[in-house]
Design a protein around this ligand. Structure first.
Ligand SMILES: [Fe+2]
Length: 237
């Protein structure tokens, strides 16, 4: 059963976290947490993996609940920022290497089952969308993350001397989720008939899943990553 609004705490068993809200499943590999955790609590697992449990709770709760607000703000630590970047990079890899290729294959399959003029449009729209996601991720990985990395590697002087600030990242955060949601809405309304209706269901489910994951991912960037770096820029200036 998916429970919305349940706040994950340190003393909960990790198995219950997943059972209560299976959306949390996808997060575990991003933290390097393997399955088969038995009855261990969130705190036990974080300790054995060297993960700051408060950061873990902040990220998981922010991912799962749009309105989650931590009771106290996290104090900056280099290791936290590093964990955040690793987590975000792993989610980017998941989109580029798992989710999008899978969706691509399903769409190719679908194109071969239905001959309809709208199919070409669908293909073009999808390709355009993939291109946007790639550009968005490559901006983050080639510009924003190396800048943040300077703070982690004790090169904050270099970061502060550069022309870049994290405000750029906030501004640059484009509307890829919105585009995906347009694509999904378009398909729900106008998906051409096909001999394989389960394939239609699979495509729509994959799109909805990717859309949710991307929205929740952006929330971690906006509500956790950017404020930590803004705080650093202000205190080190
Ligand atoms: Fe990102």
């Amino acid at each position: 059963m998916v429970s919305t609004g349940l706040v994950i705490t340190a003393t909960m068993s990790m198995a219950n976290v997943v059972i209560n809200d299976p959306r949390s499943l996808v997060l575990l590999p991003r933290f390097g947490i393997e399955f088969g955790f038995g009855d261990q609590t969130v705190e036990d697992i974080c300790r054995s993996k060297g993960i700051d449990v408060n950061l873990f709770l902040l990220m998981v709760n922010t991912f799962l609940s749009p309105n989650y607000f931590p009771s106290k703000m996290l104090r900056y630590k280099e290791s936290n920022l590093e964990l955040l970047l690793v987590y975000l990079q792993k989610s980017h890899n998941y989109y580029l290497e798992v989710k999008i290729p899978k969706l691509h294959l399903h769409i190719e399959d679908f194109l071969s089952t239905a001959k309809h003029p709208a199919m070409l449009q669908l293909k073009a729209f999808f390709n355009e969308y993939i291109q946007e996601v790639r550009e968005h991720i490559s901006y983050e990985e080639q510009t924003a993350f190396p800048y943040i990395q300077l703070f982690i590697s004790n090169n904050s002087d270099k970061a502060l001397d550069s022309n870049y600030t994290i405000t750029e990242f906030r501004k640059h955060h484009s509307d890829i989720e919105e585009k995906l949601s347009d694509l999904k809405n378009l398909l729900i309304k106008y998906l051409p008939p096909s001999s394989d209706s389960y394939l239609q269901v699979t495509i729509l489910r994959e799109l909805i899943d990717l859309e949710n994951d991307l929205v929740n991912h952006a929330r971690i960037e906006d509500k956790i990553l950017i404020p930590i770096v803004e705080q650093l820029e202000q205190t080190l200036k």
